[in-house]
Design a protein around this ligand. Structure first.
Ligand code: KIV
Ligand code: ZN
Length: 535
């Protein structure tokens, strides 16, 4: 990558910072599915994870490097704290990728130095070049981030950045870790770096920012005007706390307002050359995929990808849009790949049509997953005449997201109604192959089912969210159930879809319990609690 790109580099961190959203934990297969979608979307760099954090993270980064990090694919990046072990582990995980990058970081704000790292500025000035040089001895492309740059003393920041670049950092990333800065301050920070770091022309300036005050996207656009050429963002803006800058908002702002931004990149106002390499038509399907797999719903009024983003409710607006779309629309729904929820398949559709449509929707399933999903599709198609794209998504996500199926639901039966006490019986196959059956009474049928499952599975937890949504309109629609539960301050999500919402509720709960069980098993095996970067 040249140090002076004449376009904006999109660095996607959905699989690293995005996965740090409470409850968004993804399995290795889910991460691979998202990484493939990101490659189709056209991101330049995928930050695939934090390999030292856990064996699961290492495996995910390695698999993504192997399968998505091809010669023509995106660069694959792994996060590492500024320590030899982290950096070495990241380099090992990234090895299979044709293009790879180590992203190492160390905090520079006094508040982080004093309370978190207990290090002096002098120590930071010594560690940073040493660790960047070590990373450069392992890979050619190294990114360095001074964590909490937004609250760091600019003079000290300039010195650290100069040292990092001199030691071989090819990208220097400026994080507003706590989402504190305002757009004009952030723009001025980038300008200050350009003017005061003597070797800045030897590195690309990148930005990373959190959305605590809802300013991340605005901050980034100001940074672009002042010389930033790489934007670190996530699909749907997911991420630590209030999330990261949203990829779809940045890309569409640069797309729709190209003429405004062109001069800041040294182009004529009227240049029609896209400012990013993103295929905007893939935005909507990628957004849905990430939302389904992470269980993080997109709010209806979310810019670009929210359900209402292109809906016109008031009569005046509808009338205007019918006369000329430009009256109330600044971009076409088609430009983000939003098509009508077409009826695509029915019960006579074959495997081939099923596989082809799934591929178009961004799903590449293994033979086994495809077979199981096809069986589920046939079951649903027997009950419903028409299967839409949204039904397909729900069916496939149900299939992908059941893994790891350690406890397996064999039977669920409820009795409820006005004059009876809701009672449920469940049979569950345990990981060691036994079939256990139990029954319970609850305040309603779902409560009774969850109590019966608890008696069998016996993994104490607090249920913190339970939501049922119908996939399409109509009484025979598939119901999607998403749940979140908490165990020892870690949140686990569960998801399932079925035309019977009691079955979907039971499967979603077991799905979350399976994730919890797998995490406990892996902690027992490694004796290690997952490392969180506390970013
Ligand atoms: O928010 C942050 O500072 C980070 C760094 C690792 C870039 O995520
Ligand atoms: Zn972050």
């Amino acid at each position: 990558m040249t140090t002076h790109p004449d376009r904006i580099i999109i660095f996607d961190t959905t699989l690293r910072d995005g996965e740090q959203s409470p409850g968004a934990t993804l399995t290795v297969d889910e991460k691979l599915t998202i990484a493939r979608a990101l490659a189709r979307l056209g991101v330049d760099v995928i930050e695939a994870g934090f390999p030292f954090a856990s064996p699961g993270d290492f495996e995910a980064v390695q698999k993504i490097a192997e399968t998505v990090g091809t010669e023509t694919g995106p660069m694959i990046c792994g996060l590492a704290r500024a320590t030899r072990n982290d950096i070495k582990t990241a380099a090992e995980a990234l090895k299979p990728a044709a293009k790879h990058r180590i992203h190492t970081f160390l905090a520079t704000s006094d508040i982080h130095l004093e309370y978190k790292l207990k290090k002096t500025r002098a120590e930071v000035l010594q560690i940073v070049p040493e660790m960047v040089a070590y990373a450069r001895s392992l890979v050619d492309d190294v990114e360095f981030s001074p964590e909490d740059a937004g609250r760091s003393d600019p003079e000290f920041l300039y010195q650290v950045l100069e040292q990092a670049i001199a030691a071989g950092a090819t990208t220097i990333n400026i994080p507003d870790t706590v989402g504190y800065t305002t757009p004009s301050e952030f723009g001025a920070l980038i300008k200050g770096i350009k003017e005061n770091v003597p070797n800045i022309d030897q590195a690309i300036i990148s930005v990373h920012g959190h959305n605590d005050l809802g300013l991340a996207v605005a901050n980034f656009l100001e940074a672009v005007k002042n010389g930033a050429r790489q934007l670190e963002c996530t699909i749907n803006g997911i991420g630590e706390r209030a999330g990261n800058a949203a990829l779809e908002e940045l890309v569409m702002a640069l797309h729709v307002r190209r003429a405004y931004f062109n001069p800041f990149l040294g182009r004529p106002v009227e240049s029609s050359e896209p400012l990013t390499r993103i295929d905007t038509k893939q935005i909507y399907s990628t957004s849905r995929l990430v939302s389904e797999l992470t269980g993080m719903m997109v709010q209806p009024n979310k810019a670009i990808v929210g359900a209402n983003a292109f809906a016109h409710e008031s009569g005046i607006h509808q009338d205007g849009v019918l006369k000329n779309k430009l009256t109330y629309e600044i971009m076409d729904a088609e430009s983000i790949g939003l098509t009508n929820n077409q009826i695509v398949l029915g019960k006579l559709s074959g495997r081939n049509a099923f596989r082809t449509r799934l591929k178009e929707l961004g799903f590449e399933l293994s033979e086994n997953e495809l077979n199981n999903a096809f069986l589920r599709f046939k079951e649903v198609a027997d009950k419903r005449k028409e299967i839409t794209d949204w039904d397909l998504e729900a069916i496939v996500n149900d299939e992908i997201r059941q893994a790891p199926e350690l406890f397996r639901l064999e039977l669920v039966q409820v009795s409820c109604g006005d004059y009876s006490r809701p009672t449920a019986t469940v049979s569950v196959r345990t990981p060691d192959g036994q079939e256990l059956t139990d029954a319970a009474i609850g305040t309603g049928p779902v409560d009774a089912v969850y109590k019966a499952i608890n008696r069998v599975v016996n993994l104490p937890n607090d249920l913190i969210e339970f939501s049922v949504k119908s996939v399409t309109e109509g009484i025979d629609a598939l119901g999607k159930v998403t749940i979140r539960l908490r165990h020892n301050d870690v949140i686990y999500t569960g998801y399932a879809a079925n035309t019977d919402i009691i079955v979907a509720s039971a499967r979603a709960y077991l799905n979350a319990l399976n994730r919890l069980y797998a995490a406990l098993e892996s902690q027992n095996a490694t004796g290690k609690q997952p490392v969180t970067a506390s970013l």
